[in-house]
Design a protein around this ligand. Structure first.
Ligand SMILES: [Zn+2]
Length: 699
């Protein structure tokens, strides 16, 4: 380690890398945020001036949760998730801040954590900033300033900043894409832009600009060594946000370059790709503009598509949006679980016969027990959908965001906010998983994950949902997500709008919106009618409206609004059975229970001790199922109770196939819980299933 320190001190470490890196140093040092006319948009995506966006982000902080589901989740993020994560990442166990301190020369030691650990720390910082954006706790802003100081000291003079490279004597910058430099860079740029938007400070942004300028000098060249370098490509999203903040088009050009390069080069093993699968695994087999099937690692794919959607928002290139439309449809209609989760397999292959890890496999091939469904992938699915919502202004994208948020995102963290899951299967059965051979699947929730990408991704998402709740439409405001909140924003024409939303959604389906202040001439209020919400009704000022509340659309309420006008939306929360497409063999003759946006599951703690989840059959009658809200159970949820059939004898033979005769049955009254709350009531592995076989009664 001492040798590494010495190399760093002498600056020899970087000089030994490629010539282009050295050449950029002088030109990078002069450009800082203070010399630029920065854009003052404050959205999570600053698409205020993006020409091809229909639904624009509200400024972060304009929507504040006041009561109900998201207010409570935000509070848990503020009071438990972030403090706990802080103790991990700034301490020796998580070691993320230590890595920066060591690189900065402020501490002795070695790098610990995955190659992407820096990026995960930037995500944690982003989560803190979203909380600061809501509660304005100055201690949080100062905390971030302290981190920025350390990160700035860790950054090399030429802008390079990657502790997983800097702290190893035998690693050189941009030598092998498996070291996740692009991923760390992307989160650095995004986090710095969010920091500027929420605090108005440029100290983090200066670090990001210096870093992005180095990237530009290398990756805008035609050097084929860098042609396939993008790997987990969050840098595309980060560069577009940096373009939006600084208005410097070079960052948009570089973002586009990463898309243009993908699929351009021969897919073969090279020194730059060694150590990780190639081809479809990293979406380099087919150029994006020619793609119509989501392939490869699900997180890599969806960050890539999300970045491409950001580029389209600025360029309006038809070929790009045509491909993104096809890819979104492919994911949502052929590769997504009922929970919104994606990435069906830990190990598998693409239809082009490339090896795949943690990713997409065949269409409609949807295993339950071995489903991978990394929390990050599910979140990325909603991030991609949020961008597509912006581009098209269609409710189906917000439907996917909502499905992910209430189900396969929140399932990644326990109710208390300090235990995590990386994989999110739809069924667990004792003995069906060989945990010795698994590195990210666990029988119970974990207090720390060596691969820490998911926890900060989830916490920043929970902290930022208020920024997704509304969008500015062309002539008004769109309500994307329901929850008790207050909104004070400025519409596209510059007029101010204040309203409040009161609801117990998703446990109850009535939503009341009261206008508090608005412009005097007519404008639109768009209400998302979820695709499941048949029979929804809209009332304006106590009178039933003739405006159609068609499921799967935004209902457009255009009129002259005034203070104290009220809108009441009734979304019927029926308990529904959901079945899969006929091509999904894994759920044939099975149903899942869904009420509103919430998918339910059955967990073995709600079964007799001797029963297995495999013994349970659902009675084919939703009328005998009943929903009840329990304020003190699992953080406050509606459960569904009803009778199930239990098969008395079950297969205990090791034979793969065996004869069966008519089994005996008992009836058992049980409780279904929201899927996201499973694995919260036992310190041991429980069995759980979303889909269960159904016994229909003849009518
Ligand atoms: Zn992850």
């Amino acid at each position: 380690m001492r040798r590494i320190q010495a190399l760093l001190t002498l600056g020899l470490f970087f000089i030994s890398c490629k010539q282009e890196v050295k050449d950029t140093v002088a030109s990078n040092t002069t450009l800082t945020a203070s010399t630029l006319a920065l854009d003052n948009g404050k959205g999570i995506l600053n698409n205020t001036n993006s020409p091809h966006v229909k639904f624009k982000s509200i400024d972060f902080g304009e929507c504040q949760w006041t009561e109900g589901f998201w207010a409570e989740k935000f509070k848990t993020a503020e009071t438990k998730m972030i403090p706990y994560m802080r103790s991990l990442l700034t301490g020796d166990k998580g070691h993320a801040l230590n890595n920066f301190k060591i690189a900065a020369g402020l501490k002795e030691g070695e790098h610990k954590g995955m190659h992407w650990h820096d990026g995960d720390f930037y995500k944690f910082m982003e989560a803190i900033m979203y909380v600061y954006g809501q509660n304005k706790d100055e201690n949080l802003r100062k905390e971030i300033d302290d981190y920025i100081l350390i990160i700035g000291k860790a950054q090399k003079e030429n802008g390079y900043l990657q502790t997983q490279i800097q702290l190893y004597a035998d690693r050189k910058p941009y030598e092998n894409r498996k070291y996740h430099e692009m991923y760390n860079s992307g989160h650095l740029l995004t986090s710095a832009c969010i920091h500027y938007r929420i605090t108005g400070q440029t100290n983090f942004l200066d670090i990001a600009i210096k870093h992005a300028d180095l990237m530009y000098s290398l990756f805008m060249t035609d050097d084929s060594r860098y042609g396939r370098f993008g790997f987990n490509q969050t840098q595309i999203m980060g560069l577009v946000e940096l373009y939006r903040t600084t208005k410097n088009k070079k960052y948009l050009d570089l973002a586009e370059q990463f898309i243009n390069n993908r699929g351009k080069y021969e897919v073969k093993e090279t020194p730059e790709t060694k150590g990780y699968p190639i081809g479809d695994m990293v979406q380099e087999r087919t150029p994006l503009r020619e793609s119509d099937e989501a392939v490869g690692h699900a997180v890599l794919a969806l960050y890539y598509y999300a970045g491409a959607a950001d580029v389209y928002a600025e360029t309006g290139e038809q070929a790009l949006i045509d491909a993104l439309d096809k890819l979104w449809m492919n994911v949502a209609l052929k590769k997504m679980y009922v929970t919104g989760a994606v990435g069906q397999a830990h190990y598998g292959a693409s239809t082009n016969r490339d090896k795949i890890e943690e990713g997409f496999i065949n269409e409609y091939m949807m295993p339950n027990t071995t489903a991978y469904n990394e929390t990050c992938a599910n979140i990325c699915n909603s991030m991609f959908s949020y961008r597509m919502l912006g581009l098209h202004g269609e409710s189906k994208y917000a439907d996917v965001m909502e499905t992910v948020l209430y189900n396969s995102a929140l399932s990644g963290i326990n109710i208390e906010g300090d235990r995590y899951y990386y994989a999110n299967p739809l069924r667990t059965v004792h003995g069906s998983r060989d945990y010795d051979k698994m590195n990210t699947e666990f029988p119970v929730r974990q207090d720390y994950l060596e691969c820490f990408c998911c926890p900060p991704n989830l916490v920043r998402t929970i902290a930022q949902v208020s920024g997704w709740a509304y969008s500015k439409s062309e002539n008004g405001i769109a309500v994307n997500l329901y929850g008790g909140n207050k909104l004070a924003t400025t519409l596209n024409d510059g007029s101010s709008l204040k309203l409040k939303q009161e609801t117990k959604y998703p446990w109850e389906g009535d939503v009341e919106i009261t206008i508090e202040a608005c412009r005097s001439d007519a404008f639109d209020i768009l209400l998302r009618i979820p695709e499941w919400a048949e029979g929804s009704k809209i009332m304006i000022n106590g009178k039933e409206s003739e405006i159609l509340a068609t499921p799967g659309t935004y209902a457009t309420l255009n009129r002259t609004w005034k203070a104290n006008d009220t809108i009441r939306l009734d979304l019927p929360l029926a308990i529904n059975f959901i079945e899969g497409h006929g091509r999904i063999e894994e759920v044939r003759n099975q149903v899942a229970i869904k009420r509103g946006p919430v998918v339910y599951c059955l967990e073995s703690v709600d079964l007799p001790a001797e029963s297995s989840i495999l013994d349970v059959y659902i009675k084919g009658d939703t009328k005998q199922l009943k929903s009840d809200f329990h304020p003190d159970f699992l953080g406050g949820v509606s459960t569904i109770s009803g009778e199930v059939l239990l098969r008395k004898e079950h297969n205990t033979d090791d034979a793969m196939y065996q004869k069966i005769e008519h089994p005996e049955w008992t009836t058992f009254k049980t409780t279904f819980i929201p899927y996201f709350t499973w694995s919260n009531r036992s310190n041991e592995e429980t069995e759980m299933s979303v889909f269960l076989p159904v016994v229909w009664e003849q009518k």
